[in-house]
Design a protein around this ligand. Structure first.
Ligand code: SF4
Ligand code: SF4
Length: 310
């Protein structure tokens, strides 16, 4: 069994309790405007080009059998297109291997579940001392359900605590299969209005909210996470709608509260490296005053809440 992975991040402290190893699954059904891991959106390997390192030497041109790299213009400069003519990037990595300046990186590869677990097990002692464990993130880990189930099953067999970060836009039977294997779900709410949700992420929220309700009704441990972006979803009316929705689940045995995640720009440079545009700007930042108001609003509704800054 393989999984398509684009990163394994050790010593993570934001993705569940304690010190965790975060495995990033590649491929996601949503296209959130603020996504900080754009290299994880599509279920295929991506070439990332760092212009600051490039010497425009042309070695990648010769290495790519698909003819996707070029040196052109005056002065001669490197150019890359993921598709050109008959060619399409196959994720072979030949160009990245040929680059003497490390200006190219191949993001995303297949790893066996055993290979991933070997990395996870390297830090078992940290999990034991901190109450941490393994977290599946992405991308969307449940978009690769067989791999997610296999990895979680192995982790449980090793006695390692498990968490799953999910956007929730996956089939209900996938959620039901994964629920007994996950000690904690970190579950996103991005907007309560289905039409606005679709504008911001490419999909409406129907499946997401139904899956969230099913999880909470089942007794699964769920911490709800809310990325907050000014101009998108950071307004008090929206916060009231969320608090109203969650109040019905306040006493559910597995409900673990709310994390408010204010907008950050940590992934913006990756859009440039992928040759993609990024539509948000400084105006997306969330004022401290709003965060205080939102926090107070959830507290007043009897919902445990924390602000988590990356
Ligand atoms: S091989 Fe590397 S340094 Fe040379 S042109 Fe290609 S990306 Fe730039
Ligand atoms: S990964 Fe392979 S196919 Fe894709 S651009 Fe590089 S050499 Fe070409």
């Amino acid at each position: 069994m393989d999984a398509r992975i684009f990163n394994i991040q050790k010593y993570s402290i934001y993705d569940g309790p304690g010190i965790r190893t975060l495995v990033f699954f590649q491929g996601c059904p949503l296209r959130c405007l603020w996504c900080s891991n754009p290299e994880g959106k599509e279920a295929r390997s991506r070439i990332m080009w760092n212009a600051g390192f490039c010497a425009h030497c042309g070695r990648c041109v010769a290495a790519c059998a698909q003819g996707l790299h070029a040196i052109a213009g005056s002065p001669p400069r490197h150019e890359f297109r993921e598709e050109a003519g008959e060619g399409r990037c196959e994720g072979c990595g030949a160009c990245a291997n040929a680059c003497p300046e490390r200006a190219l990186a191949l993001s995303g590869r297949r790893m066996s579940i055993d290979e991933i677990m070997a990395v996870v097990l390297e830090d078992r002692v940290f999990y034991q001392t901190s109450g941490g464990g393994l977290t599946l993130g992405g991308g969307e880990p449940l978009a690769q359900p067989e791999a997610a189930v296999a990895l979680l099953t192995k982790a449980k067999a090793e006695g390692i605590s498990t968490a799953v970060e999910t956007c929730g836009h996956v089939p209900a039977d996938t959620v039901a299969r994964v629920a007994p294997l996950a000690d904690l779900f970190l579950y996103d709410i991005k907007h309560m209005d289905s039409g606005r949700h679709k504008e911001l992420t490419g999909r409406d929220n129907t499946v997401i909210l139904e899956n969230l309700k099913s999880l909470l009704a089942s007794g699964a441990q769920v911490r709800v996470r809310m990325p907050l972006i000014s101009g998108c979803n950071a307004d008090l009316e929206e916060m009231r709608a969320r608090a109203g929705f969650l109040q019905a689940w306040r006493d559910a045995p597995g409900f673990r509260g709310v994390d408010l995640l204010p907008y950050h720009k940590l992934g913006v440079h990756k859009y440039t490296q992928l040759g993609e545009s990024y539509s948000l700007d400084e105006a997306a930042a969330v004022p401290a005053e709003f965060l205080e108001q939102a926090k107070a609003l959830f507290e007043a509704a009897g919902l445990p809440v924390a602000v988590v800054r990356h």
